[in-house]
Design a protein. Structure first.
Ligand code: SF4
Length: 390
């Protein structure tokens, strides 16, 4: 039997671009929503014709801002996904949303269409910081969004938060975490701001046109604050940036970190399926042209060497607190991680940074803090042993 997959659906629409954002999303295209939804439905049919009616365990409507779609449009997309694929009755179906775009009617319709997990991009409960990074909503709107989502029947809620914002003090981050926890979501994601080249925020920071970013010390303090707040509130860390109540880890994202197969549809979406990596055009007209013609673009990503695939499996897997499935690694690559990186793994294990428990190889909490150094050591070890290249 073919392995079950995950399905990602990209909705590249936003009210306005946030100052830090380099995702594939566009402002000012709302009038083309219906056309875009039809194009994605067509792509779903075309992908299923090629890959077969695969069993799907998780669906993720990401963006962009999927909550700019009407309830009927989300229903249409999920109906098309169900017609094309065998969506498991207990599938996790997540939808990302922006608190500045929600209506009670739409939320109820998303829930009725089968969406059972809502992920809200809150980022901060500080209105000054929200405005500084160009978010379209206030802290009060984020709180109202949670209330509305609960009243529409969502019992699995994530809040995305961001730290390391311009001028942000550790005390401000502590307040945001406190406000988020008070809303009792099932899941919290806490991402450190990444300053992406080409974004307005990158230019503003470089030009000194906004408050400076917090320094290393302040960021470390914020990490400590996160760990303390989450621990006290009963959220377990299960990935570098993700925390959940028991049983509420995001099943879709676990697929990415475990390097399991997924199909991405929509503009710019990437896929890793049947040993092939491919992606759709991230240009609006180019995507619509291909999807509306009933074709699939499937631009192939460059061939990855065996060495690169092994390293990626470790890099992604070590992000999870439970670590890498070492038995699956050995099955897929014909060698256990300890045979590929004997020196690094032995040294890290002796130093209390890594631990092997049955079939899993993981970083300890101390190892998590220095994950980049562990990965660099692994890279250096493979570089010194070209026989692992492939
Ligand atoms: S709402 Fe999300 S996808 Fe849209 S611009 Fe802001 S960060 Fe980017």
């Amino acid at each position: 039997m073919q392995e079950a997959i995950s399905l990602y659906v990209h909705i590249p629409l936003c009210v306005k671009k946030c100052a830090y954002c380099d995702f594939a999303s566009f402002a000012g295209r709302l009038s083309q929503r219906a056309r875009y939804v039809e194009a994605v439905c067509r792509e779903l049919r075309a992908q299923a014709a090629f890959f077969g009616r695969r069993r799907v365990r998780t669906v993720f409507l990401g963006g962009g801002t999927p909550t700019l779609l009407t309830g009927a449009q989300v229903q249409r997309l999920l109906d098309a996904a169900r017609a094309a694929f065998d969506i498991a009755p207990d599938a996790e179906i997540t939808m990302e949303g922006n608190p500045g775009t929600l209506t009670m009617d739409n939320l109820r319709a998303y829930r009725a269409a089968g969406v059972n997990r809502l992920s809200l991009g809150v980022q901060s409960f500080d209105d000054g910081l929200l405005a500084a990074v160009g978010r379209i909503h206030t802290a009060a709107q984020a709180k109202e969004a949670v209330r509305m989502a609960r009243s529409a029947g969502f019992d699995n809620l994530n809040l995305d938060l961001m730290y390391g914002l311009p001028g942000q003090q550790p005390a401000q981050w502590a307040r945001t975490l406190g406000e988020a926890i008070a809303l009792a979501p099932e899941h919290l994601s806490c991402y450190s701001l990444i300053l992406e080249e080409g974004t307005p925020l990158h230019d503003a920071v470089l030009a000194g046109a906004c408050a400076p970013l917090p320094d290393e010390d302040a960021l470390l303090k914020m990490d400590d604050i996160t760990a303390a707040h989450m621990g006290e509130a009963g959220y377990a860390q299960y990935e570098v940036s993700n925390y959940a109540r028991p049983g509420r880890a995001c099943r879709h994202n676990l697929v990415y970190w475990a390097c399991l197969p997924y199909l991405g549809v929509g503009l710019g979406a990437h896929s890793d399926l049947d040993g092939r990596r491919f992606y759709n055009p991230d240009d609006w007209e180019a995507y619509l042209r291909v999807a509306e013609s009933g074709e699939t673009a499937r631009e192939a990503e460059g061939e990855q060497s065996r060495e690169a695939r092994m390293f990626e499996r470790m890099m992604m897997g070590l992000r999870m607190v439970r670590g890498v499935d070492a038995a699956r690694f050995a099955r897929d690559f014909g060698a256990a991680p300890e045979a590929v990186w004997p020196e690094t793994i032995a040294r890290m294990t002796r130093g209390g940074l890594m631990a092997r428990e049955h079939d899993r190889l993981r970083l300890t909490p101390r190892g998590m803090q220095v994950m980049n150094a562990v990965l660099v050591a692994m890279m250096e070890e493979t570089d010194s042993k070209p026989q692992f290249g492939g």
